[in-house]
Every structure is written in C-alpha cells, then in structure tokens.
Design a binder for this molecule. Structure first.
Ligand SMILES: Cc1cc2nc3c(=O)[nH]c(=O)nc-3n(C[C@H](O)[C@H](O)[C@H](O)COP(=O)(O)O)c2cc1C
Length: 220
C-alpha cells in the first residue's frame, strides 16, 4: 500500500560534498552541501542563491569538491548552520545560522594546495575534485514549494585526486573500488554511511517543516 504524502523536503540520499571556494579577500571558504550529481566529467550543484559559496563561484569560477566519508561526519556537523556571509539573510537567521569566517579552522580540517585551481583541497577527504564553473542559472523558479532563491551550477572537473586506499589493486589502477568507498550521504537531513547513521546531524535540529513554509497553515 502506498500513501500519498507531501514531505517538507525531498532529500532522498545524495553524497555530502565539502566545497571549497575563494572569498573576495583571497581566504578560503568551505561549505557542506549535498545537492550534487555527475555525468562524465561534468557536475551539477544546487545552491542557495544567498550562500557565500555561490557568490564566490560567480566571481572566481573555481572550486574543489571534497567528497565526505563517515570519517568526515564530525567536521560536516561543525560546519552545519554556518555561513561565510557576514550579513545573514532572513531565512538563515530564522534557521539559527551564524557567520564563521574561518571554516577550515571551525571544522578542524587542513587546507592542501590544489594543482589547477586557486581554492585549496581538504586534505582529510579521500576524494578531491578540482573544478571550474561552466554555467550558473536560476533553479526552481516555477516551484511554489521551493521557499528560497536557488541556482544550479554546472561544473567541469579538471583533476581528480583519490586516496589510494579506495582504489582497486594495481600500481597504475585508475578505478575506484566501490566496496571501499563509503560516501557520507545526507538522507532527509540525517548523515548516513551505509545503512547506519554516521552521527546525529546538527542540520536536523528543529522541525523539518521549517523548510516548507507552504505547509504552515494559518491558525483557525
Ligand atoms: C549535510 C548538509 C548538506 C547541505 N546541502 C546543501 C545543498 O545541497 N545546497 C545548499 O545550498 N545548501 C546546503 N546546505 C546548507 C549550506 O551548508 C548553507 O547554505 C551554508 O550557508 C553554505 O555556506 P556558505 O554560505 O559559507 O557558502 C547543506 C548543509 C549541510 C550540513
């Protein structure tokens, strides 16, 4: 039996990415996000239009996608509800966000120089993908249930750095061993690795309905 429902969010399970980008003053920003997918060496991201990361990508047009595994869950949690934007937009104030200038320091992660782009990689992530922006467009403009201005960002991957422990055997191997790569997934704001919850997610504090103002019915 199926039940027809109206969930507040449709976060069915996508990999958590720590995306590094450059702020206007040349310092690095680092933000957790999970609306990401790949086709060939191209990638599509869905980003809140008010995020510092989007502003950085519009201006500097380079980033690194550092893919998180369960080992990075604590760092992801430390960056949850943080923004590099000094002036918080109203919806982020309402959700309990705060401004953090040094995201690498806040997360306890180390910056590693990239090879083809200016933003640094995250040394502690097993997968680091250097990328450049191809296109940025508005997203969801026809969707009355998407409460915030959003953008889709198309990236072209330039370089892939992968920890040897998740490669298939062989000195020249360029293939990932799927059984060894255990991505951290965001499912409905929860942080999961395999079937297990990696740790209680900070992002999941507060009711899910906060993400769906259209569900809030006026009191009768
Ligand atoms: C696990 C996780 C997944 C997230 N996924 C997204 C996402 O896909 N898109 C997005 O715009 N924000 C996402 N966020 C919220 C961003 O982290 C938030 O917009 C933050 O302000 C971005 O940082 P910045 O403003 O410094 O760029 C996610 C947060 C967490 C903790």
């Amino acid at each position: 039996m199926h039940r027809t429902i109206e969930p507040a969010i449709h976060y069915w399970g996508t990999p958590v990415v720590l995306i590094s980008s450059l702020n206007e003053d040349g310092s690095a920003n680092l933000a957790p996000m999970s609306s990401a997918w790949w086709l060939g060496w191209s990638c599509m991201l869905g980003l809140d239009a008010s995020s510092q990361t989007l502003l950085n990508l519009q201006r500097q047009r380079e980033c690194v996608l550092n893919l998180a595994s369960a080992a990075n869950a604590e760092a992801v949690n430390r960056l949850a509800l943080c923004t590099g934007t000094p002036q918080l937009p109203p919806h982020k104030q309402w959700l309990g966000y705060r401004h953090v200038a040094d995201k690498f320091g806040e997360a306890g992660l180390s910056a590693q120089p990239s090879e083809q782009v200016a933003p640094p990689r995250v040394r502690e992530c097993q997968v680091q993908l250097e990328a450049q922006v191809v296109d940025i467009r508005p997203f969801g403009t026809q969707d009355p249930r998407l409460p915030i201005a959003s953008c889709m960002v198309e990236l072209r991957l330039l370089r892939a750095h992968v920890d040897e422990t998740i490669l298939q055997p062989g000195p020249q191997s360029e293939r990932i061993a799927p059984a060894k790569w255990l991505p951290l997934l965001m499912k409905f704001r929860g942080l999961y690795s395999g079937e297990r919850e990696a740790l209680p997610s900070r992002l999941a504090q507060g009711p899910e309905e906060r993400y769906a103002p259209w569900k809030q019915r006026p009191a009768s």
